[in-house]
Design a protein around this ligand. Structure first.
Ligand code: GLU
Length: 375
């Protein structure tokens, strides 16, 4: 594969490895970062939303605090991450600002993408930033994440982010220009594989042998990330970032590998919802809400006639017609007791009814699936 497979992408996550933006002396490579910001501005101009997952906090902070990464204890690395993250975010803010683009910092721990209640919170915030054309600059919250509760590497974090925001493209920029069937550093016979249609055990075994030299993520973590993303309907590209303006280079035909997703992100999300085994409750809705849902809208409290069962925000609930017929499923934006209090009310009344400011919808349109009428 050569060239940019994401020319038609609408929402792209770009993952940047530490080795690309931090030199051996711990200094940030501003020229490189500026080049990527120009690439991002071009993507924006082509109506593609961009999120960045940027590593580098530990590398920068270790230099500032004089910590040797090899000998450091966990607390030292966490302290380094805290110091480095400020500089990292600042640098992104500056280079994006030069392109007239605003940046936002988001620090995540696995709970934010795995726990469904927090998943909804993170998704809501990211969606609002993207609507406003802000580029979220995301990293793991290394300061509080310890070994047993880490994503472990930013390849995996980037894949989870892609899944969270229903991105259609994930671009993993690192020091290798794609996937090889053996380690190209040690094996002259290693062949570049341009297009990967399925992630088989054989492929994972090949990835195990081909580690990239720097960063915590080797080829195996990239393939694992591709697996998560492609299952979520997001195609994944591994490409070299060791060049100025890497996205432009891809457009001009630079070598890379692509793992193609089978379906779309929306189809993958709906399939997951439809197949979820644990359903905790039910929202009965009126005919007006039913036709609004069929037209692709979210479910507003005003259309809800009744709430059955005990559920929490983030649980899967059934959407039912007045006569109890099952129409579909969705992820509850409200737990059952709050949902019952605002059922039938206008969204503007939510704050006074609950005593706190909250979401205006009961079920978000991206987080619900409707069954075919004759099911
Ligand atoms: N979160 C780490 C950092 O900012 C990087 C982890 C990784 O690159 O996989 O230094």
């Amino acid at each position: 594969m050569s060239g940019f497979a994401f020319a038609n992408s609408r929402r792209l996550v770009i993952k940047v490895g530490s080795s690309l933006l931090v030199a051996d002396d711990g200094e940030l490579d501003r020229d490189w970062l500026t080049g990527l910001a120009i690439d991002i501005a071009e993507l924006h101009a082509a109506a593609c939303e961009v999120l960045v997952v940027s590593s580098g906090a530990i590398a920068i902070g270790s230099k500032v605090l004089g910590i040797s990464k090899k000998k450091a204890r966990l607390e030292d690395l966490q302290a380094a991450a805290a110091v480095g993250q400020v500089q990292l975010a600042h640098a992104w803010r500056e280079v994006l600002q030069e392109q007239d683009i605003r940046a936002a910092q988001i620090l995540l721990t696995p709970g934010d993408t795995e726990d469904r209640r927090r998943f909804l919170n993170a998704r809501g915030t990211l969606a609002r930033l993207l609507e406003r054309r802000v580029v979220p600059v995301i990293n793991e919250n290394d300061t509080v994440a310890t070994e047993e509760i880490r994503y472990g590497d930013n390849d995996r974090l980037a894949a989870r982010v892609a899944q969270l925001v229903m991105a259609d493209g994930l671009l993993l920029l690192s020091d290798v220009d794609g996937f090889y069937n053996a380690d190209p550093g040690t094996n002259k016979e290693a062949q570049h594989i341009p297009e990967i249609l399925g992630i088989t055990p054989e492929l994972l075994a090949m990835a195990g042998e081909t580690r990239s030299a720097i960063g915590s993520g080797g080829m195996a973590t990239k393939v694992q990330a591709a697996k998560i993303a492609t299952h979520a309907g997001c195609s994944t590209m591994i490409a070299s970032g060791v060049v100025h303006r890497p996205v432009q280079k891809l457009r001009n035909g630079a070598r890379c590998s692509i793992f193609r997703a089978r379906g779309t992100p929306a189809a993958a999300r709906k399939q997951w919802l439809a197949g979820s085994l644990t359903v905790r409750g039910r929202l009965r809705i009126d005919d007006g809400a039913m036709s609004a849902l069929r037209d692709g809208s979210s479910l507003l409290p005003v259309g809800v006639l009744g709430v059955d069962g005990a559920f929490e925000r983030g649980d899967v609930v059934v959407i039912a017609a007045q006569d109890g017929r099952e129409l579909g499923r969705g992820l509850a934006e409200y737990g059952s007791s709050d949902a019952a209090r605002i059922a039938g009310c206008r969204s503007a009344e939510i704050e006074s009814l609950l005593g706190y400011r909250s979401r205006s919808v009961m079920l978000h349109r991206d987080e619900l699936v409707l069954f075919d009428r004759d099911d």
